[in-house]
Design a binder for this molecule. Structure first.
Ligand SMILES: Cc1ncc(COP(=O)(O)O)c(C=O)c1O
Length: 421
């Protein structure tokens, strides 16, 4: 194991992103000792710049009151636009295709209201059987909202018997199988439980060939893996910003709508005043005229305090760059796998259900223990390691390239080995 320790130290030394850790607050125990935080897949850590950014807007509010809405140089009424550039970089989109607004599930409903328009012929939605509950509830309630039966309208994808992850071929085959009745394919970018990164391009292509729309939940993908939503022709996508974007608990989510819908004012949508054309929004006229691009789906004026935090957090990701983040992430997660396999080469204690192929996963590895997984999780927590437990049987471990180190991965694997023995 000493070899792995030396390797970890060498990797840390040559890590081009190593200084970024200093830009984050690392949680500590009662004695002030830093914990090992591998839970950025659930809630990213707080960048040190966030407090100042929020304080600045509190100050604006304190000193300007309502005039802050239009006060130069950074009026609140256009504040959401400050987030567009980094969000476009992270998703592989044009700036008018992305917007920060609402929360993930709200955005999912809003965009399904536009892109799920069932007809007598086309009414089915393909979704995973193991989808995150909020997505399941959203899809099911949308189907019922349209007066349809979820049993009939929802097609649930399941892994094959004795398998944990969905095969791309099986997804494509299912799309083909339902091609005549399919309205929408709605899948995650990265599956929250297994950590599987789906082939978003191939799925989008197949959905379109079948005459359906495609929408993705990028909660676990944004800031974790590079994407090209524009080029892949994705119809819509939604995300939250509190995981790999480090914006803070429950912070504002975001949405992508492809450019080809930017000027389509006939699309059915649930509208609000913030989606109305900017140039005459404040004339308060009846009759909704949407803004160009995804901004036309906004409902309400921007929530400035959370967005100030998000803006500061996005600047950190922007400085690092998605390409560099991915490069380090591949190495970091690969090293985690290597360390686990070094003490459990025959998978006697731990099964990793995340795909082995690094191209098919992000930061996260999902570990299933042959016995007493929950107790292992509790022991790790007592040892100052923050990972998470997901029912029924998984510990999710996600070293984040912005603030985690190779030495932490090594120490984690040592504590895990000791816990198991
Ligand atoms: C994959 C996935 N989808 C949806 C959600 C729900 O997000 P929100 O509560 O922001 O609507 C989460 C939250 O963790 C998630 O992980």
């Amino acid at each position: 194991m000493e070899e792995l320790h030396s390797l970890a130290k060498a990797y840390d030394q040559e890590d081009e992103l190593r200084e970024f850790r200093n830009q984050f607050h690392i949680p500590t125990d009662d004695q002030g000792k830093e914990k090992i935080y591998f839970c950025g897949n659930s809630l990213g850590l707080q960048p040190k710049s966030v407090a100042g950014a929020v304080e600045k807007e509190l100050e604006n509010w304190r000193t300007k009151g309502v005039e802050g809405h239009f006060a130069e140089p950074e009026p609140w009424w256009t504040y959401h636009k400050k987030l567009k550039k980094p969000l476009a970089h992270l998703t592989g989109a044009k700036e008018h295709e992305v917007v920060a607004m609402n929360n993930l599930t709200t955005n999912l409903h809003l965009l399904m209201a536009t892109f799920y328009q069932p007809t007598a012929e086309r009414y089915r939605i393909i979704i995973e059987a193991g989808a995150f509950p909020s997505d399941q509830y959203a899809a099911e309630s949308q189907v019922r909202w349209h007066g349809l039966d979820p049993q009939e309208a929802l097609v649930e994808l399941r892994p094959r018997l004795e398998e944990e992850i969905l095969r791309t071929d099986d997804i494509l085959r299912t799309i083909e199988q339902y091609r005549d009745t399919l309205a929408l394919v709605m899948l995650p970018g990265i599956q929250y439980y297994t950590g599987q990164f789906f082939d978003l391009q191939a799925i989008a292509q197949a959905a379109h060939q079948a005459g359906a729309k495609v929408g993705y939940d990028l909660a676990h993908a944004i800031g974790n893996v590079p994407m090209q939503l524009h080029e892949w022709n994705v119809d819509f996508a939604v995300w939250c910003s509190y995981k790999y974007l480090n914006s803070g608990p429950g912070n504002t989510g975001g949405a992508f709508v492809h450019e080809r819908y930017a000027e389509d004012t006939d699309l059915p949508r649930l509208a609000g005043w913030w989606g109305y054309r900017e140039e005459d929004r404040f004339q308060m006229k009846p009759g909704f005229k949407p803004m160009y691009g995804v901004d036309g789906w906004q409902l309400s004026n921007a929530n400035i305090l959370p967005m100030a935090a998000q803006r500061a957090a996005l600047e950190v990701s922007e400085q690092a760059g998605m390409e560099q983040l991915r490069k380090k992430s591949l190495k970091l997660t690969g090293f985690l796998e290597q360390c686990i396999r070094a003490f459990d080469p025959n998978r006697k204690y731990i099964r990793i259900i995340t795909p082995e192929n690094p191209e098919e996963r992000g930061c996260q590895l999902s570990l299933v223990f042959s016995q007493q997984g929950k107790q292992v999780f509790e022991k790790l927590t007592q040892s100052g390691i923050i990972v998470d437990w997901r029912e029924p049987s998984v510990i999710r471990v996600a070293p984040a390239p912005l603030y985690n180190t190779f030495t932490e991965v090594y120490r984690f694997s040592e504590i895990l080995r000791e816990t198991l023995s």
